[in-house]
Ligand binder design. Structure first.
Ligand code: ASP
Length: 455
């Protein structure tokens, strides 16, 4: 049995949904189709999820939002008309959206979640109706009915293991199960969404629950590329990756697959294949436990911006027992996760994603660091990017860091931070944001450009 997930561009128009139907019909082992909300139809289009966010925001502010509601409905109306579906589905969608808008606004986050989730929920209903209309046995199943359980507020949304046995029952459903991605329900029935792009997580959870032979993740590219094609001209595609390699690449900006989505598949050793809805014959990129790494040490290079560094300086920090723990405790109290902690003998830097910080939180942190830890100095610096080299074979390769550093030197860039984990699957260079593209190009040149072969 296979679980297939179709991303936003794969379900953005009737034409795309027809391709999805053909993919499902072509292989009877494709048992579950997890679908996103309609995504962009062209590069300057707006995703339905983003339209829904605007709709929810206006409603929360007490403003008239009929126009925004109509723009969401128009997207479904166009799709339904081109798929020759009757008015019933559309009436259901409109009724559903209006009742969500009339819902409880006491907790704005939960109200927003309910609106956002409608994008996938209504699209799943529409796609199931289309499959039925062309004579394919298919049924829409909601995460509530199926038992996709998630934790309570205020913690980050994560699936609860208790849901797995319930989800396993999906395997016994006759026909194709069409399942909306992106959200689940708490034990008391409250809807919560995963973070953006979270339909990948839903697909992985279902694949793990039913013990699928393969999790196929359909998107709009033939494979995962060794570097961002928006920056590097025609980078080569990747044939096979390990779970760890994919995790490292998604962490640092490979948006083709959500970085939280691998874990359920990984725990059950379910292979994942990234495929193209527009070219399903292409083999795609396989993500597996182990691979033959060949001779090439680096499998991909990722880069991501939006990092801030908290610098803390204190004379004799190295002999002060518990300093690091107390510093991280201050971040924990603010519910801020950290990414890296490069340190010297008398200083420590903590690298944090900018999105977790607010000016108020920064001020509180600095005050506590200066007072409670009696630091000599502490300050935040924004505007860093992390450029990450990834590859299982890096650990056995002598001189790899020297090659990378030399390539960065040739690009005339000063490295702000280097981090090499003990497992050596990745090598991270922290640079100023304005240097990110230059460094990415220099590293691509060094490790890939001269040998344009598939990894
Ligand atoms: N529609 C949601 C988003 O745009 C979730 C997804 O597509 O995976 O983030």
């Amino acid at each position: 049995m296979k679980v297939c997930k179709f991303g936003g561009t794969s379900v953005a128009t009737a034409k795309q949904i027809k391709k999805v139907a053909a993919i499902l019909q072509a292989d009877p082992s494709r048992k579950i189709a997890v679908v996103s909300a309609p995504g962009k139809r062209h590069s300057d289009d707006t995703k339905v999820t983003d339209l829904l966010i605007i709709l929810a925001e206006r409603t929360l502010m007490g403003q008239d939002a009929e126009e925004q509601l109509q723009s969401v409905l128009t997207r479904y109306r166009d799709i339904a008309a081109d798929l020759a579906l009757g008015n019933d589905v559309l009436s259901l969608i409109e009724e559903d959206l209006r009742s969500r808008l009339d819902g409880d606004m006491e907790d704005p986050v939960l109200f927003m979640d309910t609106l956002k989730a409608s994008g996938e929920d209504n699209n799943a209903k529409l796609i199931a109706a289309y499959l039925q209309s062309i004579g394919t046995e298919a049924v829409y199943i909601s995460p509530l009915e199926a038992g996709l359980l998630v934790n309570e507020r205020p913690k980050r949304v994560q699936a609860l293991p208790e849901g797995e046995a319930l989800l396993a029952r999906l395997a016994d459903q006759p026909g194709i199960v069409v399942f909306p991605g992106f959200f689940g329900f708490t034990q008391d029935g409250t809807l919560r969404t995963f973070n953006r792009g979270g339909s990948d997580i839903t697909g992985s959870l279902l694949a793990a629950a039913i013990g699928a032979d393969l999790y196929e993740n359909f998107t709009d590219v033939d494979s995962v590329f060794v570097a961002n094609p928006a920056v590097i001209d025609k980078p080569c595609g990747i044939h096979t990756l390990t779970y760890r390699e994919m995790r490292e690449l998604s962490y640092a900006g490979f948006s083709v697959f959500h970085d939280e989505a691998l874990r359920p598949a990984f725990l059950k050793s379910i292979p994942v294949c990234i495929k193209n809805t527009n070219n399903p014959e292409a083999p795609g990129t396989m993500i597996v436990k182990e691979r033959d790494c060949g001779t090439r040490p680096v499998v991909g290079i990722a880069a991501d911006d939006g990092f801030t560094t908290l610098f803390v300086d204190k004379y004799l920090m190295n002999i002060e027992i518990g300093f690091g723990r107390r510093l991280l405790q201050i971040l924990e109290d603010e519910e801020i996760p950290f990414e890296h902690t490069p340190s010297g003998i008398d200083n420590m830097s903590v690298i944090i994603r900018e999105s977790f910080l607010t000016p108020e939180a920064e001020a509180r942190i600095l005050e506590r660091v200066m007072e409670e830890l009696e630091a000599d100095d502490a300050y935040f610096r924004k505007g860093y990017s992390m450029v990450v080299l990834v590859g299982e074979r890096m650990r056995d390769t002598v001189g790899l860091t020297a090659r990378a550093a030399d390539a960065i030197r040739k690009a005339g860039v000063s490295i702000q931070m280097i981090n090499q984990g003990s497992t050596e699957v990745s090598l991270v260079f922290g640079v100023h944001k304005q240097d990110e593209t230059g460094v990415l190009r220099a590293l691509y040149e060094e490790f890939f450009a001269s040998e344009a072969v598939h990894t």
